[in-house]
Write a protein that binds this ligand. Structure first.
Ligand SMILES: C[S@@+](CC[C@H](N)C(=O)[O-])C[C@H]1O[C@@H](n2cnc3c(N)ncnc32)[C@H](O)[C@@H]1O
Length: 378
């Protein structure tokens, strides 16, 4: 689904038959009872304020209302929301038509945010989860029922989801559900789970962010850039070979590993020179620390090769003093900053900025120390 409108149309078209699936319509009393039992185990025992995001036809909202919870349900599809309204008619539940990623409700007003089979379909699940955590009262919880199903598999794995909720501190409890045939009305062999996430109070949450490493590979006055492809982030744009640190890895080992994995070069630790550290924030508000290392290629050295054609459509050497415009903005700012002698930069996008470098756009790089000696490629 390429756009928001396509997505809404898709779910509008699905609304009339959505409840035919046993776990959607809960028409079979055994399936209904299995969800009733599970839902009770994930929700507070006394009546609470619950927000059901991407509620579909409202089957889970209906179970929550029957147990006395005060429910606001929300879906972006008019037709899904219409079905949910019909199911919840005569109750105090409210059904809104809105984007689950930006719920039009106040912060701190809910005990539970309930989401089933929606996180995987959002363009930026990390940002949505952060917003949802902010909707909770102290002691509140997110109940996220997700999985990975179909071929090729769609969805989000429990490990990936737990990684997204880790920055909230508190706890993420995963319950695997694939074995519980009664929930699905049939045997399933894919991944199904519920994650009950209890974020730590905001005041005690430590700031965490991803660390990534980038290679400024120089050949004379040229730099190697790779064109991103099929990754879901900055596809089509040029970027330095880069990647995230793995758990417990130091930045130099991570850079050597990424260099080997992405461009097939076996560098030695001594080949890498720490060039610049940048704290970067995306237009959606996600921050990360990027370590940029320089390595140099001389005549006769092995040429880099594209080892990840599923993520990169090609490698190329570009003049350092005339970098291409179709680059990831922060990468370009880092290379320009390094050449100008900077070693520590902030690069904080504002909402509405583009990930791509914009020649006439705002300059977001802020040096944190006086520049050293400007650097040439040789
Ligand atoms: C797989 S269905 C799940 C419905 C319901 N949660 C359930 O489990 O029965 C996904 C639902 O999420 C809704 N949806 C998808 N993206 C959404 C978004 N960004 N905002 C609100 N609803 C969304 C769709 O319209 C659809 O009703």
């Amino acid at each position: 689904m390429s756009t928001e409108t396509d997505n809404r149309r898709y779910w509008d078209a699905a609304a009339d038959h959505f409840d035919d699936e046993p776990d959607h319509g809960l028409r079979d009393p055994r399936v209904r009872s299995a969800w009733e039992t599970r839902l009770r185990s994930w929700l507070p025992t006394s009546p609470c304020d619950l927000l059901d995001l991407g509620c579909g036809t409202g089957s889970l909202a209906q179970l929550a209302v029957a147990d006395g919870h005060r429910v606001v349900a929300l879906d972006r599809s008019e037709r899904m929301a219409g079905r949910a309204r019909a199911k919840l008619a005569g109750t105090d539940a409210r059904v809104l038509v809105a984007d689950a990623a930006h719920p039009p409700v106040g912060t701190g007003g809910f005990d539970v945010v309930l989401v089933r089979h929606v996180v995987w379909a959002l363009p930026d699940p990390e940002a949505a989860l952060r917003r949802w955590a902010d909707l909770l009262r102290p002691g509140g919880r997110l109940v996220l029922i997700e999985g990975r199903w179909g071929s090729p598999p769609a969805g989000i794995s429990a490990d990936a989801l737990a990684e997204l909720t880790a920055p909230f501190g508190g706890s993420t409890h995963i319950e695997h559900l694939a074995q519980e045939t009664a929930l699905w009305g049939r045997a399933v062999s894919d991944e199904r789970y519920a994650a009950v996430v209890r974020p730590a109070p905001r005041s005690s949450r430590r700031h965490t962010e991803i660390v990534d490493v980038h290679l400024i590979l120089l050949r004379g006055e040229e730099v190697l850039l790779s064109r991103r492809h099929g990754t879901g982030y900055a596809d089509g744009l040029l970027h330095a070979p880069s990647g995230h640190l793995e758990d417990g890895e130091d930045v130099r080992s991570g850079m050597l590993r990424e260099t080997r994995e992405e461009i097939g070069l076996e560098l030695a630790p001594g080949d890498l020179e720490a060039a610049l550290v940048m704290q970067h924030r995306s237009p959606e508000g996600r921050a990360r620390i990027g370590w940029f290392f320089v390595a140099r290629r001389a005549a006769g050295d092995a040429e880099p090769v594209n080892r990840e054609p599923d993520k990169c459509s090609g490698l190329g050497w570009y003049p350092l003093d005339e970098l291409p415009d179709d680059m990831v903005a922060y990468c370009r700012a880092a290379i320009d900053g390094y050449r100008a002698g900077h070693r520590f930069l902030l690069h904080l996008h504002e909402s509405g900025d583009t990930i791509a470098y914009a020649p006439d756009g705002p300059a977001r790089a802020v040096p944190l120390a006086p520049p050293g000696v400007p650097v040439s490629g040789v």
